[in-house]
Design a protein. Structure first.
Length: 141
């Protein structure tokens, strides 16, 4: 009986973080929140770890790319975002005809869940890519 209760509690705690995921190359990557936080001079960084053990820092920014025939600015303006700005033009994309050549950096409100917003953007039919702007730790070989 104690084992069943323990397993139930573990399952409930794991399901509580079910919204903590993002899409990488069309595949869902689940994350576990770490207690560690860092307050930068301009933003709060929250840390997560993947199932593979990669530690990622997350701020309130999402990188977005729309389909080629879509006005990405107008699509993004439909969401309640803090700011929308062009990040850069893509020069190394093989199939540019299907994709917009411009990436956008979107800042969300600080009280919003970065993963929930990036999932909503990713599921929009006009958006090809919506990915949290991760801060990765560099490992030396």
């Amino acid at each position: 009986m104690k084992k069943q209760i323990a397993l139930l509690l573990i399952a409930l705690s794991l399901s509580a973080g079910a919204n903590e995921y993002y899409y990488k190359h069309g595949q869902k990557v689940e994350l576990t929140k770490l207690a560690e936080k860092r307050l930068d001079t301009t933003k709060m960084i929250k840390y997560y770890i993947t199932k593979r053990g990669n530690k990622l820092g997350v701020t309130n920014e999402v990188i977005v790319q729309c389909k080629a025939d879509v006005n990405c600015t107008s699509v993004l303006n439909a969401y309640s975002l803090e700011t929308v700005s062009k990040l850069s033009k893509i020069s190394l994309v093989k199939e540019v005809s299907k994709l917009s050549e411009t990436l956008f950096l979107v800042k969300i409100k600080k009280d919003e869940n970065i993963f929930k917003v990036s999932q909503e953007l990713y599921n929009n039919k006009d958006i090809v890519l919506a990915h949290p702007n991760f801060i990765k730790t560099i490992k030396k070989r």
